[in-house]
Design a protein around this ligand. Structure first.
Ligand code: PAF
Length: 279
């Protein structure tokens, strides 16, 4: 696997591949890679000739008091995993390489960015949309792969790509889970042993809510029951909401395509998860 740190090195390699008519897939990450990320790389390999992975902990998507400084940086272990997964190129830029001057342009996707996580992490999705646009401009991939665990992020990126006519096909990959159902996340490492045994209850609550929806229970009642249950066992809920799968606005009982979105703090980490389905 080739490793580059500058945009010009990256562009040089991509240019060579383009000349050979090769199809390029891109997997943007913030590192601390786990089996969920490796699934994204595998999907990229399946769909393209060359796979570029970036590791960049993007400062503009972290708010005041969030974990930018302490976000786990495990570059050597990440590189080994990417070699194993047969990625072709690792792009590992510095903050200065990505933000070389005091940029004043940022991408804001609008309403979708202000719901759910956006309401609890002000400016988060503007930071994500801006860095993903910059990375797309740097890599110029044919396709880009994202995890469905960050369902709202995926929706924001799809909307941005559509609105700005960005010529990248966006592929979502199913959430990778631990054997007890906990969605894999780089932030799971913050959980204490006790919190770790409680954490899978978030996914259990989502599944119970899904069953209740399918049995015709009122959405408001389902949401309130699951929030109360989770709060009793130590979660601090940001939201637990039954939404329309396309625009993530709150759904009414006659909606067909649904996603249940949840975010809650459990000790230090804030866990997010979702379940989407059709009635
Ligand atoms: O999902 C992530 O890891 C990040 O939000 C992303 C897409 C790499 C942008 O920094």
């Amino acid at each position: 696997m080739q490793k580059v740190t500058t945009v010009s090195q990256l562009r040089e390699q991509i240019k060579q591949w383009r000349k050979q008519g090769l199809r390029v897939a891109f997997v943007p990450t913030m590192g601390n890679l786990h089996a969920g990320h490796i699934k994204l790389v595998e999907k990229a390999r399946e769909l393209a000739d060359k796979v570029v992975v970036s590791i960049f902990v993007n400062p503009t998507q972290f708010g005041e008091g969030e974990d930018f400084e302490s976000y786990p940086r495990t570059e050597l272990a990440d590189q080994d995993k990417l070699i194993q997964a047969q990625a072709d190129l690792l792009f590992l830029p510095t903050v200065f390489e990505v933000y070389p001057n005091k940029a004043t342009t940022s991408i804001s996707v609008g309403k979708l960015s202000t719901l759910h996580c956006g309401a609890h992490r002000m400016g988060h999705f503007d930071g994500v949309a801006t860095v993903v646009t910059k990375l797309f401009n740097m890599v110029q991939p044919d396709i880009a792969i994202f995890g469905e665990k960050d369902f709202q992020q995926l929706a924001v990126i799809r909307k941005m790509v559509q609105d700005l006519n960005i010529a990248v096909e966006i592929i979502g990959v199913q959430t990778e889970r631990e054997s007890d159902g906990l969605a894999m996340s780089s932030r799971n490492g913050y959980l204490t042993e006790e919190e770790r045994s409680t954490a899978p209850k978030l996914y259990q609550a989502l599944r119970k809510a899904q069953q209740d929806v399918l049995q015709g229970k009122k959405f408001k009642i389902i949401e309130q029951e699951q929030k109360t249950l989770l709060e009793k066992i130590g979660f601090k809920i940001d939201y637990f909401s039954i939404c329309k799968a396309d625009n993530l606005q709150l759904a009414s009982e006659n909606e067909e395509a649904l996603v249940i979105l949840a975010a809650a703090k459990l000790g230090k980490p804030r866990l997010i998860d979702n379940i989407f389905f059709s009635k």
